[in-house]
Design a protein around this ligand. Structure first.
Ligand SMILES: Cc1cc2nc3c(=O)[nH]c(=O)nc-3n(C[C@H](O)[C@H](O)[C@H](O)COP(=O)(O)OP(=O)(O)OC[C@H]3O[C@@H](n4cnc5c(N)ncnc54)[C@H](O)[C@@H]3O)c2cc1C
Length: 425
């Protein structure tokens, strides 16, 4: 049965976002309860994350937050403060690069400005240097990517890869579910409560509080945070919230290919390859191949309660696009990979904000790119939730590693919708 106690904050969801929020609020002395329909922390979309940590973003705030988080991932054991016997997620700084076709470098100036403002070190290298570092890379141009059923799929287009933006201060977290679990234990150590196998079914105002009916009974809280991942718009609906920014659940597949055959001089690294329509990141002997959602592919908008968890021809098309860049990849007959769902906002920027329902907050719309910011999402929410008037005087967040202050109005539900339309937001 649900604890009938009265909580300061009920958090719907115990993924990386819900656990981070619990950790930050519990550290500030709030009595919190996370409710999750699944059996444990990080079992939702967080478990399928590619967990890439990179500062390549168009917007300055995004680059600053992600770069600040990179320092926290580097010091993860100190951040979560768990006993040394506890298994911990590990950040591997393998470095990364973004491939650019002829004429594309100039268009990346906003991204380079954003990274420079965040204090990221990066370099631009030309095709010759790229070929030296990646002897087996194909620098043929393939973009814009073609649909899988296009007869010309896999044939080079005119033009070639001319530059790469190389960022050494980038990498990945080896086990995103474990990272959420680390935050779950860390939050518990500060007094946070969690209740699993508990679905929130309705939310009503009651005498200045919010009453949540769950599959296990009733919970009363002063404030509620929607951290329901791909179910965020369903939870908004039961709370009576209709935001200006749209949300949709987008199914994604990630293919695993052995990198032992492809040649990386200094070991495999992250590769953002919008020209071929994929990103790649190492994982043991494999590379994880995800999509950059090129315009030629239909969006796989789904009901998050009815997800096809089988790998499909999306797996094949991603594997083949990766093999355009590294023709040495062998595509196995047996598909190996994973399926996950993004919670996508109209401009692919999250909404970390209050709402028009009194004391109901949202940490949603993470758009396939917010795992990396997991360590700070809780801090963002804590600042937003304790600000006297966040809509008119937005809360700020101090980023101590990069020595910046960030205006959290950037994540407002009332923001002007940005032009960004993809996971690289
Ligand atoms: C395939 C894939 C690749 C990705 N790659 C990257 C990457 O490389 N780098 C990066 O930074 N980000 C990446 N992301 C994005 C990142 O993983 C997500 O932004 C993040 O994990 C979302 O966390 P969350 O806590 O919001 O959601 P979730 O982990 O889905 O947690 C939400 C929780 O809410 C619970 N819930 C929902 N509704 C209810 C309800 N009514 N009652 C109770 N509980 C409820 C669910 O059970 C779930 O456990 C990727 C995502 C996917 C799917």
């Amino acid at each position: 049965m649900a604890d009938p106690g009265h909580y300061d904050v009920a958090i719907i969801g115990a993924g990386i976002v819900g656990c981070s929020t619990a950790f930050a609020l519990a550290k500030r002395g709030f009595k919190t309860l996370n409710l999750d329909a699944l059996p444990s922390a990080g079992y939702g979309s967080t478990s399928a994350s590619s967990a890439i940590i990179r500062p390549m973003y168009t917007h300055e705030v995004s680059a600053c937050i992600s770069h600040e988080c990179r320092f926290i991932w580097q010091r993860w054991p100190d951040f979560v403060g768990l006993a040394s016997s506890e298994p911990l997620a590990r950040y591997d700084e393998c470095g990364g690069l973004m491939l650019l076709r002829e004429g594309e470098l100039e268009g990346k100036q906003p991204m380079m400005n954003a990274m420079a403002s965040a204090g990221v070190t990066f370099e631009v290298v030309g095709g010759e240097e790229l070929r030296r570092r990646f002897p087996d890379i194909s620098l043929d141009g393939y973009g814009p990517p073609r649909a899988y059923d296009d007869p010309a799929f896999g044939s080079p287009s005119s033009g070639a890869i001319e530059h790469a933006i190389v960022v050494n201060e980038a990498g990945y977290v080896n086990d995103p579910q474990l990272a959420a679990r680390n935050l779950f234990f860390a939050a518990q150590n500060h007094g946070a409560s969690f209740q699993f196998n508990t679905a929130v079914q309705s939310i009503d105002q009651e005498e200045g509080c919010l009453r949540l009916m769950t599959s296990q009974g009733q919970v009363i809280a002063d404030k509620v945070v929607n951290a329901a991942g791909p179910h965020s718009s369903k939870v908004n609906t039961i709370a009576g919230i209709d935001l200006n920014i749209g949300l949709r659940a987008l199914r994604h597949e990630v293919a695993y290919l052995s990198h032992k055959i492809a040649h990386f001089e200094k070991g495999p690294c992250l590769i953002v390859d919008v020209d071929a329509g994929v990103y790649q990141r190492p994982d043991g002997d494999d590379m994880l191949i995800g999509t950059t959602d090129p315009a030629c592919d239909d969006e796989d908008v789904i009901d998050p309660d009815d997800v096809n968890m089988n790998l499909t021809d999306h797996w094949t098309r991603q594997a083949m696009r990766a093999a355009q860049r590294f023709p040495q990849y062998q595509i196995p007959n047996q598909a190996k990979g994973t399926v996950g769902v993004y919670d996508v906002s109209t401009d692919w920027i999250p909404i970390y904000d209050k709402t028009d329902v009194h004391n109901f907050f949202v940490a949603i719309g993470t758009s396939g790119n917010q795992f990396k910011n997991g360590p700070l999402i809780g801090e963002i929410m804590a600042e937003v939730m304790t600000a006297p008037d966040h809509d008119h005087a937005p809360a700020q967040l101090a980023l101590t590693h990069i020595n910046k202050r960030i205006d959290l109005g950037f994540y407002s539900r009332n923001r002007t919708i940005q032009e960004t339309r993809g996971v690289m937001a």
